[in-house]
Design a binder for this molecule. Structure first.
Ligand SMILES: Cc1cc2nc3c(=O)[nH]c(=O)nc-3n(C[C@H](O)[C@H](O)[C@H](O)COP(=O)(O)OP(=O)(O)OC[C@H]3O[C@@H](n4cnc5c(N)ncnc54)[C@H](O)[C@@H]3O)c2cc1C
Length: 495
């Protein structure tokens, strides 16, 4: 690879751009999407013209049908304080456009030729779950695996999340999974050759009501039992952790210094590269359209690039899982829920932990690049696969953020976007075998915490799949529990 850097924020070289062109990503928008150039601090100011010149030199042609959708900085960035003044009718549910990518990805981006006719394991969904599982299968010697992704690798929630990773959970299962995941993330640079920019600045949870304060207190005791050093803080102690935090209305806070924040994109790309190196096929822009079933088994997965006969199928399609499961006649209890999020211009580092008001679902952190990244749930959001953005969100979020950190009022918002939580009735995932279709394995329902659970869940799932050893995780979170009513609700959900 040439070391001619084009985008120094994101380490994108001239050869990376040429590689994108060779893959069929021929215009500025799709090259940006493929390489990540121009998404860093300077937002393309330093590299956009160089990329455009290189594309002209390479005589790259814009593929037919490709519509631009890559986020760009606004022409007139607006301050949080102004956005906070936009009127919101809290009684109305939010609305928002549905972007083009929700229906169809342009066929121009589809790889040429058919998918392999057979594979031992077919994983549907190239988000963090599908890729982490494929990588972990390869570590156990199973490489006859195909990952099918309808769009690009960061198309789903895995490319749209807040990057928070925390051990502060309300149930033992999630505490242990998160602990293991964070330990694995610390080794990614060595194991996967990627830097996920893990910064363990902690998570500070605030409680505004007595009930939530009691929940924090109860959970702190549970964390400590698991060796997680969470502390219950008074409001004054919390102010020492985050100077400048108003903590308006807060009754108590909890803080674990070992929680942190990562940058999601390299996380996915690192897993995908490692899979490909091991011989696993990661087929992007390949849509699963149905299944061939007989005698209680899935025999084939049908795609718009041909059918794949297989021994095992894994459903890792996040918020799309209910609709894909339906193609096999399986009813999942999951529901997609839009969650909006934004990032601001970069500021000097000043905020160590991710701060969250558990009552309202407000959360914000400062990324390694200095941006404030944050979101907030909306109790009026109807279920549905909507990934449009709203002024209502920016306004509600800005108001809630400025209540906690008034000094951020002058900071300008650069980008906003949305993704879907894949919500289950007990806020826990759907894992394991499907009753009636034994070789269809479930790996969905990760609500707002799939990123931080993926390394540990995938490790255990690969072990379970390749050894046949029983693992209580895949019985505890089996689909059957919803009929049997054995639900263990996770209550530390942000959003
Ligand atoms: C705004 C927001 C903030 C979040 N914040 C955090 C956080 O701070 N920390 C954290 O840990 N988690 C967070 N999450 C949750 C986390 O992003 C998800 O739990 C996780 O990414 C789910 O991964 P996945 O692989 O299951 O699903 P996805 O990443 O959604 O992947 C599923 C994939 O399946 C593909 N697919 C769909 N249909 C088909 C088909 N027919 N054929 C082939 N492929 C198909 C989709 O294109 C998609 O890429 C957040 C989520 C959102 C939306």
């Amino acid at each position: 690879m040439s070391k001619t850097l084009i985008c120094s924020c994101e380490d994108v070289t001239a050869d990376d751009i040429r590689h994108a062109v060779s893959k069929g990503f021929c215009d500025v928008e799709s090259v940006k999407r493929f390489t990540g150039f121009g998404t860093g601090i300077c937002q393309g100011k330093g590299c956009l013209s160089a990329v455009a010149a290189l594309l002209a030199k390479e005589k790259a042609q814009k593929p037919a049908g490709l519509l631009p959708f890559t986020p760009r900085p606004p022409e007139f960035p607006t301050e949080l304080s102004l956005l906070a003044s936009a009127p919101v009718d809290e009684s109305q549910p939010p609305v928002g456009g549905v972007p083009q990518e929700l229906s169809d990805f342009p066929p121009a981006l589809r790889p040429e030729g058919p998918v392999p006719a057979r594979a031992k394991v077919v994983i549907i969904g190239g988000g963090i779950m599908g890729l982490a599982l494929a990588y972990n299968l390869s570590l156990r010697g199973e490489t006859d695996v195909v990952v099918l992704e309808r769009g690009y690798l960061c198309a789903g929630a895995s490319g749209r999340n807040g990057g928070g990773v925390r051990m502060q959970w309300g149930t033992s299962a999630n505490i242990e999974l998160a602990k293991r995941s964070i330990a694995l993330m610390g080794r990614f640079a060595r194991d996967l050759g990627i830097n996920v920019w893990l910064r363990q600045g902690g998570y500070l949870f605030m409680a505004k009501t007595k009930a939530v304060a009691e929940r924090l207190e109860r959970n702190v005791a549970l964390h400590n039992k698991h060796g997680v050093p969470t502390r219950l803080l008074t409001v004054d102690e919390a102010r020492e952790v985050v100077p400048g935090l108003s903590l308006k209305g807060a009754q108590a806070a909890s803080y674990n210094p070992e929680d942190g924040v990562i940058f999601p994109w390299p996380f996915l790309w690192g897993y995908a590269n490692a899979c490909r190196k091991a011989g696993i096929k990661v087929e992007t822009f390949t849509n699963v359209t149905g299944f061939e079933l007989s005698d209680g088994l899935v025999r084939k997965v049908k795609t718009d690039r041909g059918d794949i006969a297989c021994d095992t199928v894994v459903l890792a399609t996040g918020a799309w899982s209910p609709e894909i499961a339906k193609l096999a006649g399986v009813q999942l209890p999951n529901e997609p829920h839009r969650h909006e999020i934004l990032s601001t211009e970069p500021l000097k580092p000043f905020l160590s932990p991710l701060v969250s008001v558990l009552d309202s679902g407000l959360y914000f952190s400062q990324s390694m690049r200095g941006e404030i990244v944050g979101g907030m749930g909306d109790p009026k959001e109807p279920p549905g696969l909507n990934m449009g953005s709203t002024l209502r969100f920016v306004s509600r979020f800005s108001r809630a953020l400025l209540e906690q950190m008034p000094q951020l009022g002058h900071v300008k918002v650069l980008r906003q976007w949305a993704g879907c939580y894949d919500v289950t009735p007990d806020n826990n995932p759907v894992l394991g075998r499907t009753p009636g279709l034994e070789n269809l394995l479930q790996l969905s329902g990760f609500v707002g915490h799939g990123f931080m659970m993926a390394p540990a869940v995938a490790e255990r799932m690969a072990q379970w799949m390749t050894t046949g050893e029983s693992d209580e995780l895949f019985t505890r979170f089996n689909l059957r529990r919803f009929q049997e009513g054995k639900l263990e609700r996770e209550d530390m959900i942000i959003g």
